[in-house]
Design a protein around this ligand. Structure first.
Ligand SMILES: Cc1cc2nc3c(=O)[nH]c(=O)nc-3n(C[C@H](O)[C@H](O)[C@H](O)COP(=O)(O)OP(=O)(O)OC[C@H]3O[C@@H](n4cnc5c(N)ncnc54)[C@H](O)[C@@H]3O)c2cc1C
Length: 311
């Protein structure tokens, strides 16, 4: 069934001087690592930062805006996303050294590229990002982390764009940073940041990256459609341990199941719907709550409209 948006949004056709790519009814399944999700009503891929600012300045003021990077931590519901989706992956792509230990990185640079760029420059600190398959903007939004490290511990300053297309320079004190959680000024999105890193040898940084990627390959189902860890780890415990003990490893329904290799990963094995994935997430939460009294909180960001299934 084709999703119906609650009200149409006529895009003004006088959107002037844009160099990016604007599409209507874009299937979000093409832009999420779970490979599910209904359409974005409007979908924009900017040519660069100036083009993106111009695009946002010209949008009707009441239009909802949702930003995505690589969609590797995103469950888009089958009814799609109302308003405009802006995708930055590989587009806001500038990365440069601004002094010996400081990098300027735009939001669309992939976390893996950032890690390799820093290593080549003889800088250490970003190695843990090499195996996280999203953009740097997504890593900022989620405070992505691994192996005891996290993105915001490296951040020196932030650049944002607001819903009127204005750019701001922000300090880290403008944000409340926690484990996989970042709260800051409303209706602003990350466009770039400066990172403070430490000097290292190129060989050492690449050796660290290699060993972390190996560890990841040994413990996670890399290469299968997933969103990485679905739940945050509860204080002092591991979501994967609780899910495994509750008997969910390898279990699921239809084409969607809990990974045998890592119980906090849900794999979309065959083409399925976002509703199937969300339903499995809910079943796991209920089961862990009933068995251990622990309320698991999803790390994955869920967005969009539900759609009624045809019977
Ligand atoms: C195999 C696999 C392994 C993973 N391992 C890890 C891991 O070890 N550690 C970890 O933390 N995560 C992990 N993840 C999850 C995911 O890769 C990270 O959270 C990643 O940082 C998300 O980046 P993204 O560009 O894909 O963001 P998206 O999924 O596109 O977006 C995620 C959220 O960020 C917001 N967002 C995106 N860009 C911006 C922006 N520029 N400004 C403001 N908000 C923005 C979106 O609106 C959304 O709310 C893994 C995922 C997979 C598939």
């Amino acid at each position: 069934m084709k999703p119906q948006f609650k009200f149409p949004i006529e895009m003004p056709f006088n959107l002037a001087d844009l160099r990016g790519n604007l599409r209507h009814d874009e299937p979000m399944s093409k832009h999420t690592s779970w490979r599910v999700g209904g359409p974005a009503q409007w979908f924009y891929e900017p040519a660069d930062l100036a083009d993106l600012a111009l695009f946002i300045q010209q949008l009707p003021k009441n239009i909802p805006i949702f930003w995505i990077g690589l969609g590797s931590n995103l469950l888009v519901r089958d009814g799609g996303i109302h308003g405009v989706v802006i995708r930055t992956a590989g587009l806001l792509n500038e990365i440069k050294l601004i002094n010996d230990n400081t990098l300027y990185v735009e939001a669309g640079v992939s976390s893996a590229k950032l890690a390799r760029f820093a290593a080549r420059a003889g800088l250490s600190g970003t190695e843990f990002l090499a195996g996280i398959p999203g953009t740097f903007g997504g890593a900022l939004a989620m405070n992505a982390g691994a192996w005891g490290k996290n993105t915001w511990s490296l951040v020196q300053s932030i650049e944002t764009l607001n819903q009127r297309g204005q750019r701001y320079h922000r300090q880290i004190t403008d944000y409340e940073i926690n484990y996989r959680s970042v709260k800051g000024p409303k209706n602003e999105w990350f466009v770039a940041a400066t990172l403070q890193l430490t000097s290292s040898s190129v060989e050492e940084s690449f050796a660290k990256i290699k060993s972390l990627l190996k560890k990841r390959n040994e413990t996670q189902p890399i290469g299968l459609p997933s969103c990485g860890s679905v739940f945050r780890n509860p204080q002092g415990d591991y979501a994967a341990r609780l899910i495994e003990q509750a008997g969910w490893k390898g279990k699921g329904k239809g084409g969607v199941y809990v990974s045998e290799k890592h119980a906090n990963f849900i794999i979309n094995h065959t083409a399925t719907t976002a509703a199937d994935i969300e339903s499995l997430i809910e079943q796991i939460r209920t089961s862990v709550k009933q068995k251990y009294g622990i309320h698991l909180i999803p790390e994955v960001f869920m967005v969009g409209e539900f759609i009624e299934k045809q019977t």
